[in-house]
Design a protein around this ligand. Structure first.
Ligand code: ZN
Length: 377
C-alpha cells in the first residue's frame, strides 16, 4: 500500500497554552538526555542503506509510526515510491526492536527522502555500537580469531566516527557498501562479532589527539601501502608495513583475463578515446610495488590510466588489487596480481595471521597504524 508523504514531516509540534511549558521541559529534557548519551559514548550514526531505489517497503509486525504527534499514523507495512516523497524526509519508527527494509532487518529508525536524481535514499539512524554489530561480521568471517575481530571492531568504529566528522552538511555519514564499509543490519550480527564490539565498546584510534583515518582492506599481498604514494594522504600512521598475510590469505597470487573488446568497451564508456590495444604495461610504481598507472599503447597513442580507476572500470570483484603485472596474451589482457583491496592501513588477513600467532588486538592495531593510541570515547 502506498502512503502519501505526511504533511507533518518536518513541521514542528503546535504549542498552545499550558502545554507550551510542558513541551519546553520535555524538549530540554530530551536535549540533556541526548547530550549525556553522546558524552557516555552512545554516539549516533547515519547510514545510507539504499541510495537509488525506485520503491522501498518498510515493515514491522509490532507496527511502524510515520509522522509524529496527533498526525502520527501506524502501519505494519509502508510502501513508498519517489512520487510519495516531498521535499521533507519521512521519518519511520518501529514500535518493536527492528524495522525491515526491503526484506532486511535493521535496528534504529529510518529516514526516507529523495536523493539528487529523484530516487529514494533510505538513511538508517542508529546507535554506533549497534551499527558496528552489523559491520564486523560483514567485513570478516565471524569464525576468525577473537583478537582479529576486536581489531576490526576498533578500526570500523574509528573509521565510522571519522567519516561522521568529515560528512559536513551531508544527510548521511556512511554508505552500507564497500565504498564505506559493509553493513547489512541485523542479518550480519553474529555472537562472536557482537562480543568483539562489546569488549571494545567506545574504543577508537587516535594520533596526536585526533581520530585517525582508519583505512583497512582485505589482503595486502605482503606489504601495506603508503597512503601518500597511492592517494596523496600524508599520515605517518599510514606509511606501509611488512605483513605475512600471504601465508594464509585466499588472495595469494591470482590471475584474471579480460578480452580486448571488453576492455576497449569499458574504457570508451568512461570517455577514453581508444579503438584498439597493441600493448599494455605498467607506468609508475610505488616503492612497495603497487602500480599507480597502467599504459595502453593504441592507434591513438599511449593512453595512461590511473590503476585504481582501471580497477573500478573493470570491476573490483575481478580486478582485485593494483599489486599487478599486466600482459597482452593471445588477444586477451592477462592481469597477474597479489592481494585484494587498496592495501592501505590494516590488512584483514594479516590481522588474522597475527592473531593466530597469539597477538592481542592492541598489538595488531599498533602494527598497522604505528604511533597511534587506543582511547575510549
Ligand atoms: Zn597483508
Amino acid at each position: 500500500m502506498a502512503v502519501m508523504a505526511p504533511r507533518s514531516a518536518g513541521i514542528p509540534f503546535s504549542i498552545r497554552g499550558p502545554v507550551r511549558h510542558c513541551s519546553f521541559i520535555l524538549a530540554v529534557g530530551a536535549l540533556l538526555f541526548a547530550l549525556s548519551a553522546e558524552c557516555l559514548g552512545a554516539a549516533r550514526i547515519r547510514v545510507a542503506i539504499a541510495d537509488s531505489s525506485t520503491q522501498v517497503v518498510l515493515q514491522s509486525p509490532a507496527g511502524l509510526t510515520i509522522g509524529r504527534g496527533r498526525t502520527a499514523k501506524v502501519r505494519r507495512t509502508i510502501t513508498l515510491t519517489p512520487a510519495d516523497l516531498g521535499t521533507d524526509p519521512i521519518l519511520v519508527r518501529s514500535r518493536g526492536s527492528s524495522i525491515s527494509v526491503n526484506g532486511k532487518k535493521y535496528r534504529g529508525t529510518m529516514e526516507v527522502r529523495r536523493n539528487g536524481i529523484g530516487r529514494i535514499r533510505v538513511i538508517n539512524d542508529l546507535d554506533l555500537e549497534d551499527y558496528l554489530k552489523g559491520v564486523v561480521a560483514a567485513e570478516i568471517p565471524h569464525e576468525w580469531e577473537m583478537e582479529a575481530l576486536k581489531a576490526q571492531a576498533v578500526a570500523s568504529r574509528t573509521y565510522a566516527l571519522h567519516q561522521k566528522e568529515a560528512s559536513g552538511g551531508r544527510s548521511y555519514h556512511l554508505l552500507a557498501t564497500v565504498d564505506s564499509q559493509m553493513y547489512v543490519g541485523m542479518e550480519g550480527e553474529r555472537p562472536r562479532a557482537v562480543r568483539a564490539v562489546d569488549d571494545t565498546r567506545g574504543e577508537v584510534l587516535q594520533y596526536e589527539g585526533r581520530l585517525i583515518s582508519a583505512y583497512y582492506h582485505s589482503s595486502c599481498g605482503g606489504h601495506t601501502e603508503d597512503a601518500l604514494e597511492l592517494w596523496g594522504i600524508d599520515a605517518s600512521y599510514l606509511r606501509g608495513v611488512d605483513c605475512d598475510c600471504q601465508r594464509i590469505s585466499t588472495y595469494g597470487p591470482w590471475e584474471r583475463k579480460f578480452s580486448i573488446p571488453e576492455v576497449i568497451g569499458a574504457l570508451r564508456r568512461e570517455g577514453y578515446p581508444i579503438t584498439d590495444i597493441a600493448a599494455v604495461e605498467n607506468g609508475d610504481i610505488t616503492p612497495a610495488g603497487r602500480v599507480k598507472r597502467v599504459l595502453f599503447r593504441s592507434s591513438q597513442g599511449m593512453i595512461s590510466i590511473p590503476a585504481e580507476s582501471l580497477r573500478s572500470i573493470l570491476g573490483y570483484s575481478r580486478f582485485l588489487s593494483v599489486f599487478i603485472e599486466p600482459e597482452l596474451v593471445d588477444r586477451e589482457i592477462v592481469i597477474s596480481g597479489r592481494g585484494r583491496g587498496h592495501g592501505v592501513g590494516l590488512c584483514q588477513w594479516g590481522a588474522q595471521d597475527l592473531a593466530l600467532q597469539g597477538k592481542e588486538y592492541r598489538a595488531i592495531l599498533e602494527h598497522y597504524y604505528p604511533g597511534t593510541k587506543i582511547v575510549r570515547r
